[in-house]
Design a protein. Structure first.
Length: 466
């Protein structure tokens, strides 16, 4: 039997199939790389320009509510729909519960995986080594506990609300300190709200975590459209500028008249657009992996430090950007494989944990296996491989660009990230750059890799604005 519509189910069955319970939560929310140097005749303002120039010169010139119903197949012919509840403009409490049938289906798929032949190299140069992939999948199948991840999420106040016609999921935790500074975090790909969970307690309750009352924040963490438990857009147009505006509406709906914003990766793009639009109430932003690209060289050429950064960009263009080219051009075709194969989805993300974290050759040097699988599992159970990739199609070559900003900007560079732009580029781009620090540890997923250092950066930077 196939369940074509959740509406045809009994109320109790509908709740189980939806995978969501609507228990009320207490909240204060009111509803009301290369080595040669050549000149660049014009600045590179976007990733697309950069990658195009790299392709043309082999890299040398660069040295200059409705989540569409999804199926979770069980071992029988029955198909149970995993559907999010419709969102309205009300701020509605939300909890996560993946149906047991979906967990069983995952284990079944993992057990019958057809593996490719072993790579003919002794490193990660062709992608995730077979032995690493098999070890990851065996752990996922036999030892990993998704219910633990659910409990962590459900211990926090989560909500859904409709913004510009789309249901958006978010975590909202208010501090007991009355003068706490509201902050909205935006994740990237292949990230999620899970990246920020370790930050919440020290930010909302600083006195219990080595801080002062003046360090307190009210924390808002939304899931990007097409990611996690936010709805999947069903029409084009959900680009970074639109998301930025929607985040402003969300903060107004939550009653915040003055707030700050933070982001890295796509989150840096959204946050930068928020500052560019000078949204009402936005006082300042903090970026890790700021959206900065090389300006034209001075008469003396690029400095040695700048040449090192250009080499990082060259390496990314020639060896590290294939995922973005695929997601930016054929997200739907990619989605068929990742939506049907949990192993495909897992290694697509696992490789980035290896390439982008501050590690010594293995992603496990930087992140616990459970932490990586929490994120991977979220993508799998919500079937968001294609919908998350579409953000690249929408915005990668259009909106992820260098933008001069007039709003106050703080930047933390985590040295283990794949790109470490120099402060000089920031000075030329941000007229009110009030904080810049280079953190010796941590990479692209800095909040997940080094939460204590990340919290310290937020406290130090925004202390100047309180």
């Amino acid at each position: 039997m196939k369940l074509d519509r959740a509406a045809s189910l009994r109320p109790d069955a509908r709740e189980r199939v939806h995978g969501v319970t609507m228990d009320n939560l207490n909240s204060d929310i009111s509803v009301n790389d290369t080595q040669e140097t050549t000149e660049i005749s014009a600045p590179l303002r976007s990733r697309r320009e950069f990658l195009g120039a790299a392709a043309a010169t082999s890299g040398s010139a660069i040295l200059s509510a409705e989540l569409v119903p999804e199926t979770a197949r069980a071992s029988t012919d029955q198909v149970a729909e995993f559907v999010l509840p419709p969102a309205t403009k009300a701020v509605t409490p939300f909890k996560v519960h993946v149906p047991e049938a979906a967990l069983d289906d995952l284990k079944r798929r993992l057990a019958i995986t057809r593996w490719p032949n072993k790579e003919p190299v002794a490193d990660w140069s062709q992608g995730v080594p077979l032995s690493k992939a098999q070890a990851l999948v065996e752990y996922w199948r036999t030892r990993y506990d998704w219910r633990r991840a659910e409990r962590s999420l459900n211990a926090l106040p989560q909500f859904r609300t409709q913004l510009d016609g789309l249901g958006v999921h978010f975590i909202h935790v208010r501090s007991e300190h009355p003068d706490a500074l509201p902050i909205i975090f935006t994740h990237g790909w292949p990230g999620s709200v899970i990246e920020f969970l370790q930050l919440i307690a020290p930010l909302v309750d600083p006195t219990a975590h080595g801080g002062k009352p003046d360090d307190a924040f009210h924390v808002v963490i939304p899931s990007l459209p097409g990611f996690g438990f936010s709805d999947k857009p069903t029409e084009p147009g959900w680009r970074l500028p639109r998301i930025a505006k929607v985040w402003g509406v969300l903060m107004q709906r939550l009653g915040y008249t003055r707030y700050v914003a933070q982001g890295g990766d796509w989150g840096a793009g959204v946050t930068t657009w928020m500052a560019k639009q000078q949204l009402r109430g936005l006082a300042a932003i903090h970026l890790n992996l700021p959206v900065l690209f090389p300006p034209p060289p001075s008469s003396g050429g690029y400095t040695a430090a700048e040449q090192g950064v250009l080499a990082q960009l060259g390496k990314y263009a020639s060896d590290g950007s294939g995922y973005a080219a695929i997601q930016g051009t054929r997200p739907q075709t990619l989605g068929y494989g990742l939506a049907d194969s949990p192993v495909g989805q897992a290694v697509w993300i696992y490789e980035k944990f290896k390439e982008w974290t501050d590690n010594h050759g293995n992603p496990e040097d930087a992140l616990r296996l459970d932490a990586m699988l929490d994120d991977i599992s979220l993508y799998w159970f919500t079937d968001t491989a294609a919908s998350s990739a579409r953000l690249y199609y929408e915005s990668f070559g259009k909106d992820f660009v260098r933008m001069p900003l007039e709003l106050p900007v703080a930047v933390s560079i985590f040295r283990g990230d794949f790109f470490n732009p120099p402060k000089a580029w920031g000075d030329q781009t941000y007229s009110k750059l009030f904080y810049w620090n280079e953190v010796p540890k941590g990479g692209h997923f800095a909040a997940l890799e080094q939460p204590e250092l990340f919290v310290a950066e937020l406290r130090k930077s925004f202390a100047q604005l309180r």
